[in-house]
Design a protein around this ligand. Structure first.
Ligand code: C2G
Length: 132
């Protein structure tokens, strides 16, 4: 079984996230998502709308996702790759080149980001609508 892993905050799920998860799953048979905890998002300078518990429920409901683990720090990826016998590490190409050291442990693939869509943009649309 070919195992794929990817990481992210996955707040306010949108087409870009789904496109990434769909293509990541297509690279193997089993997709693990390392979901950023609320505490790790503070380190990432991100303030998700949804807390980790809710973001995990949403991800677990997606047909491309086979397992969700917590992402608590920048350093855990190598341990995760070894622990879960991961064959492919995938990220959107906004991270192009940032995780190349993982090539010592598995294949590293950066996939084209879906243009235009972003959680930040969604948040702005929601706020604009509320303020109207
Ligand atoms: N993504 C995408 N297209 C978009 C938006 C996001 O392909 N329009 C991808 C990102 O490239 C990433 C994944 O969807 O691979 C999750 O996006 P985020 O939740 O924003 O992830 P991020 O905060 O970048 O966390 O250790 C890695 C970090 O946890 C990555």
């Amino acid at each position: 079984m070919k195992k794929v892993i990817t990481y992210g905050t996955y707040d306010l799920l949108h087409e870009g996230h789904i496109n990434l998860l769909k293509r990541a799953k297509a690279l193997g048979d089993y997709l693990i998502v390392g979901l950023s905890t609320d505490e790790f998002n503070v380190l990432k300078h991100k303030e998700p709308f949804l807390p980790y518990k809710q973001r995990k429920i949403v991800l677990n409901a997606i047909k491309y996702v086979d397992e969700v683990i917590s992402e608590e720090n920048w350093e855990q990826k190598v341990l995760d790759i070894k622990k879960h016998n991961v064959d492919v590490f995938v990220m959107g190409n906004d991270w192009e080149g940032k995780f190349n050291e993982l090539k010592n442990y598995c294949e590293v693939v950066y996939l084209q980001r879906t243009p235009i869509v972003s959680t930040t943009g969604l948040k702005r649309n929601i706020i604009d609508k509320i303020e109207k």
